[in-house]
Write a protein that binds this ligand. Structure first.
Ligand code: S3P
Length: 181
């Protein structure tokens, strides 16, 4: 496969953006955060898109952007936590690059998103219960889409990125621009 990139998947609050930015710097790749790119293109926040258009329309925007961005070379892409819900998305990720699942426990995610006001799916009375439910639904999808799984939120991001950069499959993508799949 030509032009492999690195795709980070995982729940909200798992550290995809922080880790992705550092990883891209370490690889000499460009970094793109799908959510921020979607917001820039729409000229509206994710919360506003959810409110005005609903989740289904948001997922369509997200899928079409993912199709475009996963086709680009030498990129570290931080995806939105719900991207694995779409089968086509999972296929694009898995077949076009090296997919790394940043895994965090429900408790860690709850702690890291405690003060969040921007993620529509977390604006509920019982946030820990919602996180548990999302993780239960999505855990199997994250695992089946990923080539590599790394424990995330408990670790120091720089230390985690150093471990990622030392992994043979990451080294291969950086060196050859290819991923064997
Ligand atoms: C979502 C995660 C968010 C964002 C939207 C929906 C989800 O991205 O795409 O709020 O369904 O898990 P992050 O994982 O970057 O927070």
């Amino acid at each position: 496969m030509p032009h492999a990139s690195i795709f980070l998947i995982g729940m909200m609050g798992a550290g995809k953006s922080t880790v992705g930015r550092l990883l891209a710097a370490g690889c000499g790749f460009d970094f793109i955060d799908c959510d921020r790119e979607l917001e820039q293109r729409a000229g509206a926040s994710i919360a506003t898109m959810f409110e005005l258009e609903g989740e289904v329309a948001f997922r369509q925007r997200e899928s079409s952007l993912l199709d475009e961005l996963t086709s680009r070379p030498r990129l570290v892409l931080a995806t939105g936590g719900g991207v694995v819900l779409g089968e086509q998305n999972r296929q694009h990720l898995r077949s076009r690059g090296l997919v790394i699942y940043l895994q965090a426990s429900a408790d860690e995610i709850a702690r890291r998103t405690r003060t969040d006001t921007t993620r529509p799916l977390l604006q509920v009375d019982d946030r820990p219960a919602r996180i548990g439910q999302l993780l239960e639904e999505r855990g199997p999808l994250y695992r089946q889409t990923a080539h590599l799984v790394f424990r995330s939120a408990a670790a120091n991001p720089r230390r985690l990125v150093a471990r990622l950069l030392a992994h043979p499959q990451v080294v291969e993508v950086i060196a050859t621009g290819r991923h064997a799949g």
